[in-house]
Design a protein around this ligand. Structure first.
Ligand code: SF4
Length: 311
């Protein structure tokens, strides 16, 4: 993976970002991480083919490492105190006659309480989606981790009694949330129902293995003929925003009409008149392709989208 320096930052920062980007092990067909297998198969195939040519800008590397630095600091402190353990797990499985090792990096496990914890740095809208299961990525990831734990059974493992996501909100505006009567907490805790996470193991593992199977099926397909990533993966699904009628400024988006309605019911401003507001579905644009996807230089669908926009 290469590093660009579009904003002409000092050389020491570029050296640091390059070292960070080169420090990640490239994914392979022999060893695949849980987070890799929860991506869209087309994105996985493009990553496998073009990993060494992917360019990540220093600005993006710095942004993602801000979360990583806090993550590492919190966990190393916890580890020193001896009540949490960070651990890599790996299990070998056969998919379509192909032997692959599925890996998972467990952020923290507290052997005293049997708590499995995964730290996240997330935008508020994504936290809302994951918590309400409008997006099941975190839920599936935890199910695969429990599956790995129960299969590998390390010496320090005494079972899972609690499963949590500890989430640091990256884009929290305390003023805006306070005005809306919402929580202004920077750190949020999602306490998952352990039985539900365990009951979801077959679905989550099947999803990961199906992705691997699809990667194998697509291995001979030229880039130009790869299917487009799902709407969900491209962030192309509609979000539902609450507008004051006649005004353009909206409250933040909700994953469904129902959750937007619930949020509106929860407004408790003095003199609030529900009839003056409306819920509008917006979106449909592939935001990930346009702004975030590091694979866009190799993706035929991104090229088509740009041609359609310019044409
Ligand atoms: S640019 Fe869009 S369609 Fe292409 S790999 Fe990225 S997310 Fe998928």
């Amino acid at each position: 993976m290469n590093t660009s320096n579009k904003t002409n930052m000092p050389r020491f920062l570029l050296d640091w970002a390059s070292a960070k980007n080169n420090g990640h092990a490239a994914p392979s067909l022999e060893r695949a991480s849980t987070t890799f297998l929860l991506k869209d198969p087309t994105a996985c195939v493009l990553t496998l083919r073009h990993y060494n040519d992917i360019i990540c800008d220093l600005q993006d590397t710095a942004q993602s490492n801000t979360g990583t630095a806090l993550h590492d600091s919190v966990l190393s402190f916890a580890k020193e105190r001896g009540y949490m353990i960070e651990q890599s797990l790996a299990k070998s499985v056969m998919v379509d006659m192909h032997d692959v090792v599925i890996t998972g990096q467990i952020d923290a496990y507290d052997p005293i309480t049997g708590t499995l914890a995964d730290l996240k740095f997330s935008k508020l809208a994504n936290y809302d989606k994951q918590k309400s299961l409008a997006d099941d990525e975190w839920f599936n990831q935890l199910s695969v981790y429990v599956w790995l734990l129960e299969n590998v059974r390390p010496k320090w493992y005494f079972g899972v009694n609690n499963i949590i996501n500890l989430v640091n909100i990256r884009d929290l505006s305390k003023v805006k949330e306070a005005k809306a009567g919402n929580s202004t907490d920077q750190w949020r805790l999602i306490e998952w129902d352990v039985d539900k996470v365990k009951a979801n193991i077959p679905t989550a593992v099947e999803k990961a293995l199906n992705t691997f199977s699809r990667i194998l099926q697509l291995s001979e397909t030229p880039d130009e003929e790869l299917p487009i990533c799902s709407e969900k993966y491209r962030y192309a699904e509609s979000v539902y925003k609450i507008y004051k009628k006649g005004l353009k400024k909206a409250e933040r988006g909700h994953a469904s009409y129902e959750t937007a309605e619930q949020a509106m019911d929860g407004f408790n401003k003095a003199g609030f008149d529900k009839d003056k507001y409306e819920i509008v579905a917006v979106g449909g644009e592939s935001l990930k392709c346009k702004y975030y996807c590091e694979l866009k230089d190799f993706c035929p669908h991104y090229k088509k989208m740009m041609e359609a926009n310019n044409g």
